[in-house]
Design a protein around this ligand. Structure first.
Ligand code: ASP
Length: 330
């Protein structure tokens, strides 16, 4: 009997946080649902056509980076100095190849840059000016810093700096023109957010990708979990692919993404049980908050979060698109 072909599957998230039904206006809610649905469809189109998991997660994350509602690429949160410093990472489960960047300021698609690091450099992780220079040398699209600007994120920065008693920096050049209508619907999920995707393709290869602006009013070159392989992102064909969102400091300490995969690989735990163990128990025990999405090589999909909401969508071969925001949704 011929072996069953693996089924493709893909899950995306647009960040976890304080997202209550009463907080979102109907048009805001609709815009977020549409945002994650479009990203999931972009990734699913790649997989349906026989494309690779790594192409699928990159396609999905690029969509979310372009969408100003989400804290990644355009629409990213600001540092205390009024800059957008972007972090991203990507990993391929078959080869265990990975690429990551932190603190980049001019690359239109940070996830595209992370992929270049994975495929065109001898390294895994590049930061700051060096990462910006590598991006330019690779011919990736560069934008003025004002391109990432949205009014809502700037207001959130002003509020946060006010609370901390820190001075308000000048707006980045080009800011006013860049602010647009879609961004007016952005919700402040408690100073942060992140986007990510995980996928398995029809060869049974898994991949994960994560991209973020980090946390509002971050200082001193702060970097969260999102670009750290093993913390915010991990993929191995021996277990699963995971992308995380939440207060990065806690995810780093628990190496959340790798821990979930390790429970699957070494303890034989099911994907959902492993994700729940790390998010609902381990993360909650150290007062961390956030969530994860995961897929396994057999097409199993999971999500788990300990916040009131997480923007999310999943789709698989022969399975309908499922979109959710709140806890009481499937
Ligand atoms: N994990 C991101 C960070 O700490 C933020 C988030 O996902 O909400 O930078």
């Amino acid at each position: 009997m011929a072996e069953a072909r693996p089924k493709w599957a893909l899950v995306v998230h647009g960040g976890a946080g304080v997202i209550a039904r009463s907080d979102l206006k109907p048009e805001q809610e609709a815009a977020y649902r549409q945002g994650v649905a479009e990203a999931a469809e972009a990734g699913a189109a790649v997989l349906r056509g026989g494309g690779t998991a790594v192409d699928a997660v990159e396609a999905a994350v690029r969509r979310l980076e372009e969408n100003p509602l989400f804290n990644a690429g355009r629409g990213a949160v600001f540092t205390a100095e009024g800059r957008n410093e972007l972090d991203a990472s990507i990993m391929e489960g078959r080869s265990l190849k990975a690429g990551a960047v932190a603190g980049v300021t001019r690359t239109r698609s940070p996830i595209g840059l992370a992929r270049r690091v994975m495929e065109r450099s001898a390294h895994v992780f590049l930061i700051g000016d060096g990462a910006d220079a590598f991006s330019k040398a690779q011919g990736l699209e560069q934008v003025e810093p004002g391109w990432f600007f949205t009014e809502g994120r700037w207001k959130a920065l002003e509020r946060e700096l006010g609370k901390q008693g820190l001075p308000i920096p000048p707006r980045p050049p080009g800011a006013a023109e860049a602010a647009n209508e879609a961004a007016a619907l952005a919700h402040d999920e408690g100073k942060r957010g992140t986007v990510g995707a995980v996928a398995v393709d029809t060869r049974g290869d898994v991949a994960a990708a994560t991209s973020t602006g980090g946390t509002t009013a971050k200082r001193w070159g702060r970097v969260g979990d999102s670009p750290i392989i093993g913390a915010g992102t991990y993929a191995s064909n021996r277990s699963c692919a995971v992308s995380a969102t939440g207060t990065g400091e806690y995810f780093i300490r628990l190496t959340v993404a790798r821990e979930i995969c390790a429970l699957v690989e070494h303890k034989g735990m099911g994907l959902q049980a492993a994700a729940d163990q790390v998010v609902q128990k381990d993360l909650t025990a150290i007062d961390g908050d956030g969530g994860v999405i995961a897929v396994a090589p057999d097409g199993d999909m999971a999500w788990s979060y300990n916040t009131s909401g997480m923007y999310r969508a999943r789709i698989g071969e022969g399975q309908p698109l499922v979109v959710g925001i709140y806890k009481d949704e499937p």
